[in-house]
Design a protein around this ligand. Structure first.
Ligand code: SAM
Length: 274
């Protein structure tokens, strides 16, 4: 497809992405959309953007590919490192009993950072018979496949100390580093759309939720609806971690600030009204 994206197609892309994923694409994102959809359009030999969009309307596989192409997956190991310190210091239970949800886990760096932080303080979690204690979900199935493999190039390992790299990664002959099996076993990956009509945590109740740098893509109403569902999944005294540009206190009264962009759920009474 060599024709540029016309306004009708662009608005249709925005509507589709909002309806499925809750993601609001800014009105100036023409070029980004065109660049990201070029490969899926080429793959099915669609003659125009319009015919591609017509084809995906009732096709779950093409719709998933469309969503995968348009999500932004930027992430890093131990991004906002203070959150991992807070998790360890303020957990409401012994670390070996903690269950943590990484909602919007992208390519795995966030849930593996949680697993590493927990394993460093509670090495018994590394034992093979222990069930997973980190649930990692994302809407992007390509990001999830990458995450499950847990293989990272050297430039993707910033944020990890030399000791962590030595202890928790295998250096493969290809030059990439793979998260060791005993850490991978601590994480269960699952596809989950946070914008689903009825959002439920696949593990029902958890003690901490990391939902960082995900909400920024959603509109206010979607954010409010999703936060209410995340809080329903949190045990009392559970902790919610959000991204650095996502302030939540104004919207939720039951949360008490716990340092920078970390909140503890003090009472469940009000959230049950959401
Ligand atoms: C910028 S990444 C953030 C990754 C990680 N939480 C971090 O802070 O480093 C945002 C992630 O949110 C995911 N996402 C976007 N919309 C979503 C939705 N409706 N449901 C679940 N995940 C979604 C994207 O696929 C992407 O992997």
């Amino acid at each position: 497809v060599s024709e540029p994206l016309n306004d009708t197609d662009f608005q249709r892309v925005r509507t589709l992405l909002r309806a499925h994923a809750g993601i609001e694409l800014g009105p100036s994102k023409y070029q980004l959309v065109f660049n990201r959809l070029a490969a899926p359009i080429r793959r099915i030999n669609a003659l125009s953007v319009k015919s591609y969009l017509d084809m995906l309307e009732n096709n779950a596989e093409l719709t998933q590919e469309f969503i995968n192409a348009l999500t932004t997956n930027v992430t890093a190991f131990f991004r906002e490192p203070h959150h991992f310190i807070t998790l360890i210091a303020s957990a409401s239970k012994p670390l070996s009993e903690l269950r943590v949800w990484s909602a919007g886990c992208s390519t795995g760096q966030e849930p593996y950072s949680i697993a590493i932080a927990l394993a460093q303080k509670a090495p018994e979690l590394l034992r093979a018979e222990r069930p997973a204690c980190v649930l990692a979900t994302d809407i992007d199935t390509n990001a999830l496949s990458f995450a499950k493999e847990g293989k990272y190039r050297e430039d993707q390992l910033k944020g990890l100390s030399k000791e962590q790299l030595l202890q928790f990664f295998d250096a493969l002959p290809s030059g990439v580093f793979q998260v060791k099996k005993n850490i991978r076993r601590m994480v269960e990956f699952k596809a989950l759309n946070l914008n689903a009509p009825t959002l439920r945590c696949p593990w029902h109740q958890v003690d901490a939720v990391f939902c960082r740098n995900v909400m920024i893509y959603f509109g206010q109403d979607t954010q409010r609806k999703i936060i209410a569902s995340l809080l329903k999944a949190l045990n009392p005294n559970g902790i919610l971690f959000s991204g650095h540009s996502e302030m939540l206190l104004h919207s939720v009264q039951d949360l008490e600030a716990l340092g920078q962009t970390a909140y503890v759920l003090r009472s469940k009474a009000l959230t049950s009204l959401c």
